[in-house]
Design a protein around this ligand. Structure first.
Ligand SMILES: Cc1cc2nc3c(=O)[nH]c(=O)nc-3n(C[C@H](O)[C@H](O)[C@H](O)COP(=O)(O)O)c2cc1C
Length: 380
C-alpha cells in the first residue's frame, strides 16, 4: 500500500514492518479484547447533527488545554517502548507533534530519556507511573520540571498489568525457553527494515527514565517486567494523587479514570484534570469504553477540572464526537504509533494531518466554525 489514507492503512503497514512481538504488543488488549474493540465501535453510536445551511466555510481548530496552546485539540498519548517501533522513536514523535502544533505526552516507560526528547523537541507532557521509591520519584519529577514540561499525567490504572494474552503468547512477559529465543530471532530477522533501523541503529534500548532505578542493562524485557511488577505501586489511593500534587508544581492530570467517583476523588485530591481512559482496552476487559464513560465523568467533574478522553479515537470526527460529549480534547495512542512504526516521524506527521483535515471537514459539515464551541448542542 503506497498511499495510506487512514489510521487503519497505517496499522497494516506497521504490521508488515514490525516483528510480531511488537505489533501484537501494540494492537493487543486484555482477555477477549472486548474493551479494545468497544473503544472503537462505541464511537459509531455518537451521532452529530449535520448542519448545512450555516455558511460555515473556515474553521478554527486551535485551543488551549491545561495551559498548553495546541493547533488542534489533540495530545499524543504516552506509549511505552516507543523507541522500539522506530529509531529513537520518542524523539521522532515529539518533533512531529511539535511541527503540527500539538504535543506528545512522554511515557515513563519510554526508551528515550525525557532529556533526549526535550533537547530535540522542547517541552512535552510527561506521564508518570508511580514507583514505590519516592526518593527516585522526586528526582524524576524535578528533572521533568527542569526540562520546562508543565503538564504531568499520573496514570492510575496499571497498578497491575491487564491480562494481555497476545503478550503472554509472544513471551513478552515471561522467561523465554530455547525455542522462544529462536522464534524471536526469526521474528527479528524476517523484518529486516526494522532490524536495521531500530535493532542495529536505534540503541541503547534501555528504559531511559527509570534505568537508574531499574539498574538494568540493554534489552531484557523479562528482567525489566519482573522488576517493574514490584517497583510500581500496586493500587493507588487519593493520598498518592495528593503526594504527587505536593511534589509537582505544574498542572496535574489523572489518567485512567472511567468511573465518576474516581474522577471526583482525583479532583478532590488536587488534580487539574482527568483523562477518561481504559488504557486502550488493555486493563479491565469488561470496563466501559472511554467514549461511553465520558458523559458521566464530565458531569461529575463539572467546571472543577479539565476532562479529556482517549481510547479508540481513530479519526478527527471521533475527536469532535468526544468533545460534543464533554471532552476538552482527546489523546490518540495507536493512531500515531502505527504512523511511526510504518514511516517514522513522517508517518506521525501524516496521521496528524489526516486528523486535522477530518476535524475541519467535520466542523464544516456540522456547521460549527470554532472547535472551542463544540458542545452537546451538536449531538443529533
Ligand atoms: C502499546 C501501548 C503502550 C502503552 N503504554 C502506556 C504507557 O506507558 N503509559 C500510559 O499511561 N498509557 C500507555 N498506554 C495507553 C495509552 O496512553 C492510551 O491510553 C491508549 O493507547 C488509548 O487508546 P488508543 O490506542 O485506542 O488510542 C499504552 C497503550 C498502548 C497501545
Amino acid at each position: 500500500m503506497s498511499n495510506p489514507v487512514s489510521v487503519e492503512d497505517y496499522r497494516r503497514l506497521a504490521r508488515r514492518r514490525l516483528p510480531r512481538l511488537l505489533s501484537d504488543y501494540i494492537e493487543g488488549g486484555a482477555l477477549s479484547e472486548s474493551a479494545l474493540n468497544r473503544n472503537v465501535t462505541d464511537f459509531e453510536q455518537v451521532h452529530l447533527r449535520q448542519r448545512v445551511l450555516t455558511g460555515v466555510e473556515h474553521v478554527n481548530l486551535s485551543t488551549n488545554i491545561l495551559g498548553t496552546d495546541l493547533a488542534m485539540p489533540l495530545v499524543l498519548a504516552p506509549i511505552g517502548l516507543t523507541g522500539m517501533y522506530a529509531r529513537r522513536g520518542e524523539v521522532q514523535v515529539a518533533v512531529a507533534a511539535k511541527q503540527a502544533g500539538v504535543v506528545m505526552c512522554n511515557s515513563t516507560m519510554a526508551i528515550c530519556d525525557v532529556r533526549e526528547v526535550t533537547a530535540a523537541a522542547g517541552p512535552v507532557w510527561y506521564q508518570l507511573y508511580l514507583l514505590r521509591d519516592r526518593a527516585y520519584m522526586k528526582i524524576l519529577l524535578d528533572r521533568v520540571w527542569a526540562q520546562g514540561c508543565t503538564v504531568l499525567a499520573l496514570t492510575v490504572d496499571v497498578g497491575v498489568p491487564g491480562e494481555r494474552q497476545r503478550e503472554h503468547r509472544r513471551g513478552m512477559t515471561g522467561e523465554l525457553g530455547p525455542l522462544g529465543h529462536l522464534t524471536r530471532a526469526i521474528d527479528g530477522i524476517t523484518h529486516p527494515a526494522w532490524l536495521w533501523d531500530v535493532y542495529a541503529k536505534g540503541r541503547p534500548h534501555i528504559f531511559g527514565n527509570v534505568n537508574e532505578a531499574f539498574g538494568g542493562g540493554d534489552g531484557g524485557f523479562a528482567a525489566f517486567w519482573t522488576w517493574a511488577r514490584t517497583a510500581m505501586q500496586v493500587s493507588l489511593t487519593p493520598d498518592d494523587v495528593a503526594w504527587v500534587r505536593e511534589n509537582w508544581p505544574g498542572k496535574l492530570v489523572v489518567k485512567g479514570v472511567i468511573d465518576p467517583d474516581d474522577a471526583r476523588r482525583a479532583v478532590d485530591a488536587g488534580a487539574d484534570g482527568v483523562i477518561v481512559s481504559n488504557h486502550g482496552g488493555r486493563q479491565l476487559d469488561s470496563a466501559l469504553s472511554g467514549i461511553k464513560a465520558l458523559p458521566r465523568v464530565a458531569e461529575a467533574v463539572g467546571d472543577r477540572a479539565t476532562v479529556m478522553m482517549d481510547g479508540g479515537v481513530r479519526t478527527g470526527e471521533d475527536v469532535i464526537r468526544a468533545m460534543a460529549l464533554g471532552a476538552k480534547g482527546c489523546m490518540i495512542g495507536r493512531a500515531w504509533v502505527w504512523g511511526l512504526a510504518a514511516r517514522g516521524g513522517a508517518g506521525v506527521s501524516h496521521v496528524l494531518e489526516l486528523f486535522r483535515k477530518q476535524m475541519t471537514t467535520t466542523l464544516v459539515l456540522a456547521g460549527c466554525d470554532d472547535v472551542r464551541k463544540v458542545g452537546p448542542d451538536m449531538l443529533a
